[in-house]
Ligand binder design. Structure first.
Ligand SMILES: Nc1ncnc2c1ncn2[C@@H]1O[C@H](COP(=O)(O)OP(=O)(O)O)[C@@H](O)[C@H]1O
Ligand SMILES: [Mg+2]
Length: 280
């Protein structure tokens, strides 16, 4: 059971002077209970990929399937897929359209035919999970701050109880407390068995939180593997737009000097390893 992407190609505005190949053969898999981070420089195709995972965009080539259901045009597969995969857009303004926060978050469960008491339960639970109190239920989402809009957009996806959450730069616009709270919530959801696909350009977050990292470069899947493997590659070759966390650079330098330390972004782990490592 997974999101399986095979040789995915996406061309915007084909056959026109604006033709752009945004994805050019992307392959990866995202399973339930696993956190996949998708990283890459601006324009590498992250948002385009995110929109393929719930059928908002359809492949120009290759395929995307969700728990064995291949996404195609036509109501049936799209309905199944959209219920299983919740997509939180990069810009929350593109996601919000209802008159009140409550209606916004109720839209999904209503659309899927949840009974009224379950709709109310899911709306209240989702908004409380993202830290939006009842005093906001009647407010127009467009009157909220950037951070609050993002929280409501996330709640509007959680309320449909998706199996997979695809979040495009979800911590943008949140202050550090909001960011911590959201990441803790995503870790909880992962522990409950949801699959998390986290699009981010923040390598610290990707390396620290993800089980597997997909690195996109010019629409191609460049690297795919656990954070340790990605780090090793990043230290060997510079990858455009990806910044290696300073702590990892430091660990790499120590290894060059002969210290037996892991390539880690965790200062405590590194300090422990330095203490244990014999001087070269
Ligand atoms: N709606 C669109 N129409 C035409 N080109 C687009 C559109 N959206 C994105 N692109 C182009 O596709 C490429 C990938 O963009 P995007 O998926 O937004 O990358 P990222 O999220 O990594 O910044 C870029 O060259 C971008 O200009
Ligand atoms: Mg983007």
């Amino acid at each position: 059971m997974s999101i399986a992407v095979r040789d995915l190609v996406h061309v915007y505005h084909p056959g026109t002077p604006l033709e752009t190949k945004a994805l050019d053969g992307v392959t990866f898999e995202a399973a339930k209970g696993i956190w996949v981070a998708v990283v890459g420089h601006t324009g590498s195709g992250k948002s385009t990929l995110a929109q393929h995972l719930n059928g908002l965009l359809l492949p120009s080539g290759g395929s995307v399937s969700i728990d064995g259901v291949t996404i195609r045009s036509g109501e049936d597969s799209l309905r199944v897929v959209r219920q299983k995969v919740g997509l939180v857009f990069q810009y929350p303004e593109q996601q919000l359209f209802e008159e009140t926060v409550f209606q916004e978050v109720a839209f999904g469960p209503k659309n899927w035919g949840f009974p009224p008491d379950e709709i109310k339960y899911e709306v209240e639970k989702s908004l409380s999970q993202v830290g939006i109190g009842p005093e906001f239920f009647g407010v127009n989402p467009f009157r909220l701050s950037g951070g609050q809009k993002r929280r409501v957009a996330i709640a509007s996806v959680l309320s449909s109880r998706p199996d997979y959450l695809v979040l495009d730069e979800p911590t943008a616009g949140l202050d550090s407390a909001g960011k911590r709270q959201l990441l803790a919530l995503l870790l909880d959801l992962k522990a409950l068995g949801k699959g998390i696909v986290h699009v981010t350009h923040d390598m610290d977050l990707a390396l620290g939180l993800a089980d597997i990292v997909l690195v996109l470069d010019e629409g191609k899947s460049l690297l795919w593997g656990p954070p340790e493997l990605i780090l090793g590659e990043l230290l060997e070759h510079d990858i455009r737009g990806l910044v290696i966390p300073p702590m990892v650079r430091f660990a790499g330098k120590l290894r060059d000097l002969g210290f037996e330390v892991p390539l880690t972004w965790d200062p405590v782990r590194l300090a422990d390893a330095i203490c244990r490592s014999r001087r070269p």
